[in-house]
Design a protein around this ligand. Structure first.
Ligand code: ADP
Length: 182
């Protein structure tokens, strides 16, 4: 169906969860990775710890990933069979196309999931930790982009926004309410 004919309401459901994304039993956990795809801190460090050393060995074969793009790997020791590694932008005060690059992460992750027939995804709040993207602004971009993509393709039936702290979860709930179409 062309995007112009897409229904207003996405087919897939969106849920907000407060917790540790490494525990999510979904088809793919999304990681907030760095462009070298090398083990870092934050959610990336937690995912590497939980997935085990085979994850870094697999990522070393991929040759990195530019900002705004994503790459697929196995889930290794995670409950999730796949990991989608997104490289979010470092916040530069809004001068460096950060909004578009962050939207691109969510769009590409959904497109990759569709191509591989993955129907449930768990996203962290990409770029809002070490990379410094303002939390409210990032949540608005995440929700709007995911809604658009769910309306475009019915492969993904559930998206979980997994928030590590209560403030982030509240921000997502507020944005979901505010952006509720109808
Ligand atoms: P970035 O470098 O893209 O900013 P971070 O990992 O520093 O990525 O932070 C992204 C978000 O992930 C932050 O909101 C942070 O609190 C959250 N986070 C950190 N660990 C986890 C985890 N285990 N599960 C879910 N979210 C997490």
């Amino acid at each position: 169906m062309p995007a112009s004919e897409a229904p207003n309401r996405p087919a897939g459901r969106i849920v907000v969860i407060e917790g540790d994304i490494t525990l999510e039993a979904v088809d793919a956990v999304v990681n907030a990775a760095n462009s070298a795809l090398r083990r870092g801190g934050g959610v990336d460090g937690a995912i590497h710890r939980a997935a085990g050393p085979e994850l870094q060995r697999e990522l070393a074969t991929l040759g990195g990933c530019p900002t705004g793009e994503c790459r697929l790997s196995g889930g290794h020791r995670l409950a999730a069979p796949h990991i989608i590694h997104c490289v979010g932008p470092v916040w530069q005060g809004g001068r460096d196309d950060e909004d578009a690059l962050l939207a691109s992460c969510y769009r590409q992750a959904l497109a990759l999931a569709c191509r591989h027939g993955l129907s449930s995804l768990a996203f962290p709040a990409i770029s809002t930790g070490i990379y410094g993207f303002p939390r409210d602004r990032a949540a608005a971009i995440a929700v709007a982009t995911v809604r658009e993509e769910l309306a475009r393709d019915a492969t993904v039936t559930e998206v979980r926004f997994v928030c590590f702290d209560r403030e982030t979860a509240e921000t997502y709930r507020q944005v979901l309410g505010d952006q509720n179409p109808g």
